[in-house]
Design a binder for this molecule. Structure first.
Ligand code: MG
Ligand code: ZN
Length: 227
């Protein structure tokens, strides 16, 4: 008799195994790690720079930039915090192995919040966990309102959505209801913020969310609960 075999235990692929190792490094150092994903030009670096400005007096921040050119890492380094560039060698996403190889060069013990800026791409970064505690997707108004429908895996897999360039809404055809409906179908409980890194509109909500996550992470670590 043959029987259908159901695999109950998730089998971790090699990337996920390395991601777990990365996570254990972050946890041992008490570092909260954030994976920032977006299409090119959505405003990852702008959001990161704003976040540094808002939180750098409260938290020790480090940024790892996985872009093909080190330009963004230089902008972050100009803020006088730890910044490093992971050369992806032309690859269109970061994976756990690349982050793992960079770990010896990152002073995790001196970093409360490690922001990892992924490569600008809405497809494969969604398929490679890095070991971060949370992942954020930065969308933007000029990209168009159909992105949740075109890149469902990305929208399904993230913890929080930041819709940037909201100041351009009067000038760009973008049906906010259509966009939000797509997001709701894919990720009903997704926390979302509408912001503009130019006018600063809505950024406080994002900072508050991040600070709450950092505080919850710290509290869980103190209680010895796996964050
Ligand atoms: Mg960037
Ligand atoms: Zn890729």
């Amino acid at each position: 008799m043959t029987r259908a075999v159901s695999i109950v235990e998730p089998i971790l692929n090699a990337n996920d195994q390395l991601a777990e190792i990365n996570r254990s490094f972050f946890d041992r150092a008490g570092t909260f790690a954030l994976n920032v994903m977006a299409s090119p030009g959505a405003g990852k670096t702008s959001l990161i720079l704003e976040t540094i400005e808002a939180l750098k007096d409260t938290y020790r921040i480090g940024v790892v930039n996985g872009d093909v050119a080190p330009l963004d890492a230089e902008k972050v380094a100009a803020k006088d915090i730890f910044a490093a560039n992971i050369n992806t060698g032309g690859s269109c996403h970061l994976d756990a192995r690349m982050v793992n190889r960079a770990l010896p060069d990152i002073p995790l013990d001196e970093i409360d919040l490690l922001i990892i800026e992924n490569v600008g791409n809405l497809i494969c970064p969604a398929g490679f966990s890095l070991g971060t505690h949370r992942s954020v997707l930065v969308a933007s108004i000029p990209e168009g309102d159909d992105k949740p429908y075109k890149y469902p895996k990305m929208y399904r897999g993230v913890d929080v959505l930041v819709v940037n360039k909201i100041d351009l809404l009067p000038y760009v055809p973008f049906d906010l209801k259509y966009f939000q409906e797509g997001v709701r179908i894919l990720n009903p409980d997704l926390k979302a913020f509408r912001v503009s890194c130019v006018t600063q509109e809505g950024l406080d909500g994002w900072f508050e969310w991040l600070e709450n996550e950092l505080a919850a992470h710290r509290a869980a670590a103190l209680e010895g609960v796996a964050p």
